[in-house]
Design a protein around this ligand. Sequence first.
Ligand code: ADP
Ligand code: G6P
Length: 458
Amino acid sequence: MRLVVVSNRVSAPNREGKAGVGGLAVALRAALRERGGVWFGWSGRVSEAPAELPHIVQRGRVGYAVVDITPLDRDEYYLGFANRALWPNMHYRLGLTQFSRAEFAGYMRVNRRFAAALAAIIEPDDLIWVHDYHLIPFAAELRRLGIQNRIGYFHHIPWPPIDVFGALPGAGDLLTALAAYDLVGVHTERDAGNLARSFAEPVGGMPVPAAPRIIALPIGIDTAAFRAAAQHADANSVVQRMISGLGDRPLVIGVDRLDYSKGIVERLEAFERFLVANPDRRGNVTLLQIAPPSRSEVPEYEQVGRQTDETLGRINSSLGDTGWMPIRFVKRSYTRPVLAGLFRNAAVGLVTPMRDGMNLVAKEYVAAQRPDDPGVLVLSRFAGAAEQMREALIVNPFDKFEVAEAIGTALAMPKDERIARWRVLYEGLCRHDIGWWTQSFLDALTASAPLAALPRFS
Ligand code: ADP
Ligand code: G6P
C-alpha cells in the first residue's frame, strides 16, 4: 500500500542535507526515508494565482507533491487561525489566543483546496496520513469529495483540557472534523485523555459527534542515525571551532525554534539565577542557546524575539567579563551533524518548554552522548517527552529557582549516576525510535483490531 503523508510544512532535502527546522519536518523525513511514499503539502511559496494541481518532484523513494497558497491564505490560514489561535490555545496560552472569523474561514478554505488538490492524485489503495493542527478538517473535506481511503491524523502539539480547548471559537467544528478520521494519534496519555474528554461533553452548546479511535503514541527519532552523526562530528570543523572557543569550560546547551512555548526567556533567567547563586561558576561555564527565528510575522513571536534580546543583553552585560560571556546566543540553523556534535560536547542539555507536544531536542541530546561520559538532560515536566524520559532531571520551567538548582545538580553529577541515567534513556530511544512509531501508527490505522491489542510504549 502506498503511503501518502500530508502536512502543511513539507521539507524536501537540500544539497547541504539540512533538514527543515521543526520536529514535524525532521520526523516525517526520517519516516518517509525508511518507507518511501508521497509527501503532500504547502510548497512554502506564496503566489497570486496558485495552480490547482500539485507540482510533483521525485527524489529517491519519496515523491514530493506541493501546492502554493495565496497571500490571503497565508495571512488567514497559516499566520492567522493556525498560529494565532490554535497554537497558543493548544499550548495552554488563552491570553495569547487571537481569534477572527475571517481567519477561521480562511483555515477551512485552504483545507478544502488542499483536499481537492490531493484528491486528484490519490489512488484507491493509498493509506493517507495527515499531520498536525493546520489540517484538522482535511479528512472531512476529502470525505466530502467521496474519498473512502483509510485516513489517519497525528496531532504533534498538546491537546489541552476541555476548559482550555472549549474556549476556542470553532472548537465544536474542529471536533466534528476530527471525527472523520479513522484514527487520531497524540504523543502522550495526558493528551489522549484530554482529547477523549473533549468528545464527552458539548462544546459551546453544540452537540459533539462520537469520538474517533484515539491512540497515544510518542514519536521517536532516528536514534541510530543521530548517534552515528554525533560519533563522526568531532572531525567537523564548525564543531571543533565552537568547542575550542569554550576552552575548558563546561557547555550547557539549548536548541529551540524561537517560540514562546519553548520558555527561552525563562531559561535565560534560570541560568542567570544559577550564576548569581553560584559565584564560583562565573567565568567557568557557558550557555549556548541556538534559536532560529520562527513565524516572525506573527506579532506574539516578534514580541518574544524582543524579550529574548533584552534579557540576553541584560544578563551578559551585568554578569559577563572581558574574557567571558555567560550566554552565547545564535539565531541560525545548523546541519544535523553539527547539531549532533554540539550536543555531544555539552555537559548539560537544557530542554525547558512551558508546554510542548513531545520535544525531539530532548531525545537528540541523549542520543548524541558519549556512553562512557554522558551529559545530563534537564527536562521540563510539561514536555511530552517527560512522560517517557523519567531518568532526566525533571523540572518545573515556571520555577527559575528549581531550574537553576537542576543546572547545578547536573554539572556536579558523579559519572556513575550520569551513566546509569543515560543508559536507561538511551535504551528507550532505541526501542521506541522513529521506525517503531511509524510502523505502530500504520499498523493501528490498517488494523480493525481494538486499540487495546495494539503496541503501546510502556
Ligand atoms: P518543534 O517541533 O516545536 O520545533 P522539537 O524539539 O520537537 O520542537 O523539534 C525541533 C527539531 O528542529 C529538532 O529535530 C531540532 O534538532 C531541529 N532544530 C531546532 N533548531 C535547530 C537549528 N538551529 N538548526 C537545525 N535544526 C534545528
Ligand atoms: C512544530 C509544529 C510543526 C511545524 C514546526 C515548525 O513542530 O508541530 O507543525 O512545522 O513547529 O513551524 P513552521 O510554522 O515553520 O512550520
